[in-house]
Write a protein that binds this ligand. Structure first.
Ligand code: ADP
Ligand code: MG
Length: 238
């Protein structure tokens, strides 16, 4: 069974249609990358999956359940943004555990889960620091920790590395791929960076002007781009 499905999902802002009938199936454990130029609708599509935007029409399922009109908190998803959105007055431990304290879990349970999450992300030695005393890569790991601790069915990443410099970006790409291999969870990762798409994805969804141009493995898209757009964006020159 597919972990996530989109059926003819459309979204308009006023008269402007920005998502134009997207169909997609994501298998459990798959790492799917949405790639395409700025303004093509990647963030909007991710926000629709997260429940932060209502669809204008179409249907979404997560884990076989119709979530088209479900609240974000009912979807079993966790989202990691480009801007880290950490709470500056809280420590790393408090930032990572915040979602669980909202859910009124016991202090002991929160502490144990924060410790395990910090270990997964090599943040244990930084748990008592405030965000301003962290590097960009460390902050992004804290943001990922906040997502992991909720044990979501699906992780959504919106250009999580675009604020980092090139060498750190390359390192964090490997960290996220490694995390996916260890957690075996379903991940959807948005980027405008072809290298990220080609190196991280099991499956790439190429978006252009709010519509899907092609879906396939990095190798399929590289060898057999379906359109000149895909060829120009990632495919080999023909
Ligand atoms: P991407 O993430 O691929 O850069 P977005 O999903 O952010 O693209 O935006 C897709 C299109 O939708 C753009 O033309 C953008 O201006 C428009 N858009 C996004 N959010 C809104 C909004 N809240 N109101 C009006 N237009 C929006
Ligand atoms: Mg975006």
């Amino acid at each position: 069974m597919a972990e996530l499905t989109l059926k003819q999902v459309r979204k308009s802002f006023g008269a402007l249609e920005v998502i134009k009938g997207v169909d997609l199936e994501v298998a459990s454990g798959e790492f799917v990358v949405f790639v395409g130029p700025s303004g093509c609708g990647k963030s909007t599509l991710l926000r629709i999956i997260a429940g932060l935007e209502e669809t204008t029409s179409g249907m979404l399922t997560i884990g076989g359940k119709d979530v088209t009109h479900a609240e974000p908190s009912e979807r079993g998803i966790a989202m990691v943004f480009q801007s880290y959105a950490l709470y500056p007055h809280m420590t790393v431990a408090e930032n990572i555990g915040f979602g669980l304290s909202l859910a009124r879990r016991s202090k002991a349970e929160i502490a144990a889960k924060v410790a395990a999450t910090a270990e997964t992300l090599q943040l244990t030695h930084l748990l008592q620091r405030k965000p301003k005393a962290l590097s960009g890569g460390q902050r992004q790991r804290v943001a990922i920790g906040r997502a992991i601790i909720r044990n979501p069915r699906v992780f959504l990443f919106d250009e999580p590395l675009s604020n980092l410099d090139a060498s750190l970006r390359a390192k964090m790409r490997l960290e996220i791929s490694d995390l996916h291999a260890r957690l075996k969870s379903t991940m959807i990762y948005v980027t405008h960076d072809q290298v990220e798409a080609m190196t991280m994805a099991d499956k790439i969804v190429v978006l252009n002007g709010g519509a899907v141009e092609q879906i396939g493995s990095p190798m399929e898209l590289y060898r057999n781009p379906a359109t000149p757009f895909v060829a120009g964006f990632i495919g080999s020159p023909k």
